[in-house]
Design a protein around this ligand. Structure first.
Ligand code: FAD
Ligand code: UDP
Length: 393
C-alpha cells in the first residue's frame, strides 16, 4: 500500500520502530505491515527472532528450545486462528512427572499421585476428593502461593511438591509470592495427568522459529538482529514516529525508580547417546537437595526421530536475562509507578511480558499484542481523515 505518503506520514525511514522480536514484537510488526502497510523496523539485541520461544537444531541436529521448554496451549480460538496463518500444528498434550520420595508421580497432583505416593487405593473422584479434604487446611482469605496449596491439599503435599520447588525457582518462599504463581497448577481428583486443561494443545509443526520466520517474512518488515535499543535510542526519533517497546519497562526508563525484580535461569543443554532419557517431556525436581528445578527432553515435544536425545537442566538464578516478572505486591506497586510514566510517554506503546511486567504465557502475549494492534488501528482510523486533509492542503 502506498497510502503512507498521501497521509503525510512517511517522511522518516520507518513508520514504526519495534523493540524486541519475541511474540509481542513479532505479532505487532506483522499486523502493522500486513494490515496498515506500515514500514516497520524490528530490532532485537539477541542474534535471532522468537524471543524466549526461539528453537534451533543443536550440533546433533536435534531441535531444542534455547530458553527452556515452550509448550503451546490456549482456550482462545482467535489466537489459534491468528497463528495458524503461519504454522501447521503437531497435536501434543504435555505431561509432567515430579520426582518425589524417589518416585516419578504425576503433577498436577491427581488420584494416581495420591495412590502411588501413599500406597492408597482411591477408586473414584469422590474417594480422592474426600481424601484431599481430610488433609486440606482451609484458608479463609487466600492471598499467597502458600495459601492456595495448603488450602487445597494440606501441608505434607505442599512441602513435598511446592515449597522446595518454589523456593528454588523464585528464591522466595511461597508465602512471599502472590497466589497467581501456584494457582497455575490445579489439583485433580481424577486420573487426568495432562499438565494443561486448555482446549487447544499443540506444538508448531516445524518449531517456533519457523513460525516466526513466516510471520515476519514481509517486504515492509526490516529486521535488525544483535541491535540494542539502548544504542540507538538517541536516534530513534529520526527513524520512526512511533515506538513499540517489548523490553523491560524499568530499563526503558533507566531504572528511575529502582530495578524491577526479575527471576533468571541458567540452562544446561546436553545431548546424550541414548534414544530416550525420561518417560515424559518434563520431570520436576521439587527437593532442595537437587539444585535444578526440572529436566526437559525435547523429542517428546517435537516428535523428532533421532538415535540420540537432547535435554536441558534448568537452574534458577538471581542474575542474568530477565525471564520471569516476580509476582508480589511490592513489585506490582513499583511496576505501577513505571506504568504511570509509560502512560505519559507519547509515541511509545508498551506491550509484552517484560514491558507490562506480567507472568503471561505465549497465547496471552499474542492476545495482548493483537488487542494492542486493534487500539493502534482505532487511533489510526481516528487520525486518518485529519492527516489526509492536511496532506491535501
Ligand atoms: P520475550 O520473548 O522475552 O521477547 C522480548 C524480546 O525483546 C527479547 O528477544 C529481547 O532480547 C528483546 N529485547 C529486550 N530489550 C531489548 C532492547 N533494549 N533492545 C533490543 N531488544 C530487546 N509460555 C507458554 O505459553 N508455554 C510455555 O511452556 C512456556 N514456557 C516458558 C519457559 C521459560 C523458561 C520461560 C522463561 C518462559 C516460558 N513461557 C511459556 C512464557 C513465554 O516465554 C512468554 O510468554 C513469551 O515468550 C513472551 O513474549 P514477549 O515477546 O513478551 O517477550
Ligand atoms: N510449582 C511447584 N512445583 C511443581 C510445579 C510448579 O512448586 O512441581 C510452582 C512453582 O512455584 C512454579 C509455579 O508453580 O514456579 C508455576 O509452575 P509452571 O510449571 O506453570 O511454571 P513455568 O512453566 O511458568 O516455569
Amino acid at each position: 500500500m502506498s497510502e503512507q505518503s498521501s497521509t503525510g506520514r512517511g517522511r522518516k525511514p520507518y513508520d514504526y520502530l519495534v523493540v524486541g522480536a519475541g511474540f509481542a514484537g513479532s505479532v505487532i510488526s506483522e499486523r502493522l505491515a500486513s494490515q496498515h502497510g506500515a514500514r516497520v523496523l524490528l530490532i532485537d539485541r539477541r542474534p535471532h527472532v522468537g524471543g524466549n520461544a526461539y528453537d534451533e537444531k543443536d550440533e546433533a541436529g536435534i531441535l531444542y528450545h534455547k530458553y527452556g521448554p515452550h509448550i503451546f496451549h490456549t482456550n482462545s480460538d482467535m489466537v489459534v486462528d491468528y497463528l495458524s496463518q503461519f504454522t501447521d500444528w503437531r497435536p501434543y498434550e504435555h505431561r509432567v512427572r515430579a520426582c518425589v520420595r524417589d518416585q516419578l508421580v504425576p503433577i498436577p497432583i491427581n488420584r494416581t499421585t495420591l495412590n502411588k505416593l501413599f500406597g492408597l487405593d482411591l477408586e473414584t473422584d469422590e474417594d480422592a476428593a474426600e481424601y484431599l479434604a481430610s488433609r486440606a487446611e482451609p484458608v479463609d482469605d487466600i492471598q499467597t502461593s502458600e495459601d492456595v496449596v495448603i488450602n487445597a491439599v494440606g501441608r505434607e503435599l505442599y512441602e513435598l511438591f511446592f515449597q522446595g520447588y518454589t523456593r528454588k525457582q523464585w528464591g522466595l518462599d511461597p508465602s512471599e509470592l502472590d497466589k497467581q504463581v501456584t494457582s497455575r497448577i490445579p489439583t485433580r481428583t481424577n486420573t487426568d495427568d495432562r499438565y494443561f486443561g486448555d482446549k487447544f494443545q499443540a506444538m508448531p509443526l516445524n518449531g517456533y522459529t519457523a513460525m516466526f520466520g513466516k510471520m515476519l517474512d514481509h517486504p515492509l518488515i526490516e529486521k535488525r538482529l544483535g541491535a540494542d535499543f539502548r544504542d540507538i535510542r538517541e536516534k530513534a526519533d529520526e527513524l520512526a514516529d512511533h515506538i513499540v517497546y517489548t523490553g523491560p519497562i524499568d530499563e526503558y526508563f533507566d531504572y528511575r525508580f529502582g530495578k524491577l525484580p526479575y527471576r533468571s535461569l541458567k540452562f544446561d543443554h546436553r545431548t546424550l547417546d541414548e534414544e530416550q532419557f525420561q518417560e515424559v517431556a518434563v520431570v520436576n525436581y521439587p527437593s532442595t537437595d537437587v539444585p535444578y528445578t526440572r529436566i526437559s527432553e525435547y523429542k517428546h515435544l517435537t516428535g523428532q526421530k533421532h538415535p540420540r536425545t537432547s535435554i536441558t537442566y534448568e537452574y534458577p538464578a538471581a542474575e542474568g536475562d530477565p525471564y520471569y516478572p516476580i509476582p508480589r505486591p511490592e513489585n506490582q506497586q513499583l511496576f505501577k509507578r513505571y506504568e504511570a510514566l509509560a502512560d505519559e510517554t507519547d509515541g511509545v506503546t508498551f506491550v509484552g511480558r517484560l514491558a507490562t511486567y506480567r507472568y503471561y504465557n505465549m497465547d496471552q502475549i499474542v492476545g495482548q499484542a493483537l488487542a494492542t494492534f486493534r487500539r493502534l488501528d482505532e487511533k489510526r482510523q481516528a487520525e486518518e481523515p485529519r492527516e489526509t486533509a492536511v496532506a491535501a492542503e
